[in-house]
Ligand binder design. Structure first.
Ligand code: C5P
Length: 220
């Protein structure tokens, strides 16, 4: 039996990028390393939570002591999240691709003799955070989103919290000069119904521990 303030609680964490296939050998991706989501899964497990960690194809080493579900696309991630419910809390740290191909090509795209360029047609991916936040049945008690912003961090993140319908948003300043994207440190502002709280810049591991602690207090 696990001890700790989150013992008996199920917490779901999404992490990493998604890959959206273009054809059997190509895909669209992003630079998410999965570092913050992985650190969070570890921190939640350390507080005794039963964690379902749903990850796209991320570079980060998978956390131990949690249930790991590997997915590739945004739609697979949504399916995995839905299948993992119910949960007491859900944290959406994944960098989900906003778009996928409108139709997937069954065979590899080829260059043509006349040099005609391919035109890729996109379709919008489901917003997993918004979908779960707006569930009328089986919504986790606490739904937390992330927001990567480059300007007016608090204002944009506050608007995002309202738009998505989640309880908390952890906003981070990803202006290139901060070195946060792909780095080991994070500078975040926690947006709740009560307002905005800026945390000092600290290691992503520390951000994870502090957030896990806050989640434990909220679910207590
Ligand atoms: O809208 P934006 O992508 O900036 O929102 C970021 C938050 O929404 C993150 O918590 C991310 O995991 C989540 N998200 C999602 N599904 C999407 C897009 C974003 O869960 N399709």
């Amino acid at each position: 039996l696990t001890a700790g303030p989150l013992a008996g609680r199920h917490v779901l964490v999404t992490s990493g990028p998604t890959h959206e296939p273009i054809d059997p050998v190509r895909y669209i991706a992003n630079r998410s390393s999965g570092a913050q989501g992985t650190a969070l899964a570890r921190a939640l497990a350390a507080l005794g939570a039963s964690v379902t960690f749903i990850t796209g194809p991320a570079a980060a080493k998978r956390p131990e002591g949690v249930r790991v579900v590997e997915v590739e696309t945004a739609r697979q991630m949504l399916d995995a999240v839905t299948a993992a419910l119910p949960a007491d809390a859900a944290v959406f740290a994944a960098a989900v691709a906003d778009w996928r191909m409108a139709s997937e090509r069954p065979s590899k795209m080829k260059k043509t003799a006349d040099g005609a360029l391919p035109v890729l047609e996109f379709a919008e991916n489901p917003d997993i955070l918004a979908t779960v936040s707006k569930l009328t049945e089986g919504r986790p008690r606490l739904v937390v989103g992330f927001a990567a912003e480059t300007d007016d961090v608090t204002a944009h993140a506050t608007a995002k919290r309202a738009r998505k319908g989640c309880d908390w948003i952890l906003a981070n300043d990803v202006r290139p000069e901060t070195g946060i994207m792909g780095g080991t440190e994070n500078a975040v502002t926690l947006i709740t119904a009560e307002g905005a709280e800026t945390w000092p810049r600290m290691a992503k591991d520390m951000v994870a521990r502090r957030l896990a602690q806050r989640i434990a207090e909220e679910l207590a």
